[in-house]
Design a protein around this ligand. Sequence first.
Ligand SMILES: Nc1nc2c(c(=O)[nH]1)N[C@H]1C(S)=C(S)[C@@H](COP(=O)(O)O)O[C@H]1N2
Ligand SMILES: [Mo]
Length: 499
Amino acid sequence: MHTRRFGALAALTAAVVALGVAEAVAILTGATTSPLVSVGGVVIDNVPAAVKDFAVQVFYTYDKLALSVGTIAVLAAFAVVIGVFAAKREIIGYAGIGLFAAIGIAAALSRHAAPWYAFVPTLVGALAGVAVLRWLFTREAGYNATPEQRRAFLRSAGYTLVGAAVLGLASRWWSTRRGVEADRAAIDLPPVPPDTAASPLPSEAVGLAPFVTPNKDFYLIDTALVVPQLTSGDWQLRIHGRVEKEITISYQELLRRPMIERYITLACVSNEVGGGLIGNARWQGVRVADLIREARPKAGADQVVSRSSDGFTAGTPTAVLLDGRDAMLAIAMNGEPLPIEHGFPVRMVVPGLYGYVSATKWLVELELTSFADFDAYWIKRGWAAQGPIKTESRIDTPRNGGKPKAGDVMIAGVAWAQHRGISKVEVRVDDGEWQAATLLPVPSIDTWRQWTLKWRATPGRHRLTVRATDNGGQTQTDAVAPPDPDGATGWHSIEVDVP
Ligand SMILES: Nc1nc2c(c(=O)[nH]1)N[C@H]1C(S)=C(S)[C@@H](COP(=O)(O)O)O[C@H]1N2
Ligand SMILES: [Mo]
């Protein structure tokens, strides 16, 4: 008979060994075949939209780190419980490993484009876990004997546990960075002809958000627990479905096509009023419309489903992609090849639509279909099939809760109505009149617009509210709506205390 504490430590060690070894094997078989990654992926794909929104709000863009840490904590807790029972009946320990291995294998095999050998990391990890459990149970003969034997046992378990944890972390790091960084660094972006280059920026930034969001500050939203690793050499795009002519194009072929460059502001449908899930970048790429026309869509193909290498899908109206706007297959962001987490080697960018219906990263397929025939990733989960970006505005300075000095205070922020453009921004102090803000020039109607307003601040507590009007004359609604199902609305309003 083993003591409970012993059982718990042995089982925890076996679990960490199983996961660490599985991660090491996944270096060979691909990061998405690791049990942690595939089970996490299944969780992400199946949580209700409300939980996903909650996670994004609480953890912001660290939601996936939180998921990984949470999963490991839950597994560790299970291992400890199983270990306590295994101390009485060893077989329970092996059965526990078997149960978790079955879950890991089922998850790995169920993932999008899983290779047939996706079960290998979990299987090898589980066998290693069984071996370690067996070994520790056997060694435990000395546990209740002398203090030295007891210490020797704790040392073996401790070293094994720490060693396996280091192996797992190092393997994960290695398998997610191997190859693709170097491939990306070696890419020579083709030049953009002057007549299709982005209009030069007319002005310098004011306020807190710079007009162009640096890549490192650009918000990140996706369902990928590990960033898909695609080299430009592996990449190809298949245009298929309801088309007369199927097209397959390589990265080198894509680079030889006519290049355009545009400033386009991307926004997430999950962005709350006043939130930061929006960013503006200079994108370089190839017009989607040209490729779709070459494929010759058949009648009724009213939806283009863009699919990523990890199975995410977005559905964009074919008519929108063909209406002359600068929808592109982007290869570069702010002058460098797409950062891996922003979709390297190729992503889609469509001015005027929220990301979930248009901005597929790690893009590998465009499938012509119809809205009646196919629901894309977030549509299956209850979000609206059509996702035009709503007119919104935000106050960036002063900060909510700030204490600006009495006298002249610069109020500034951004407003956006992509592909319609912003014609007016107004600010109200407390219950006063709406005052027109100064609008800074913009390169096109596809970006957000910076605005400023000078305010003579008087001592006391004040509420500042902003609203925008688009070029069609529509003023941003004050009706408060949550992000789900097609984007938040309402006026952004902050409070300041002028001392
Ligand atoms: N492959 C893939 N592409 C994706 C997503 C995703 O989950 N997977 N999320 C979309 C959503 S909801 C948004 S808002 C944008 C965000 O792009 P970013 O992370 O580069 O800011 O990517 C879109 N493209
Ligand atoms: Mo999004």
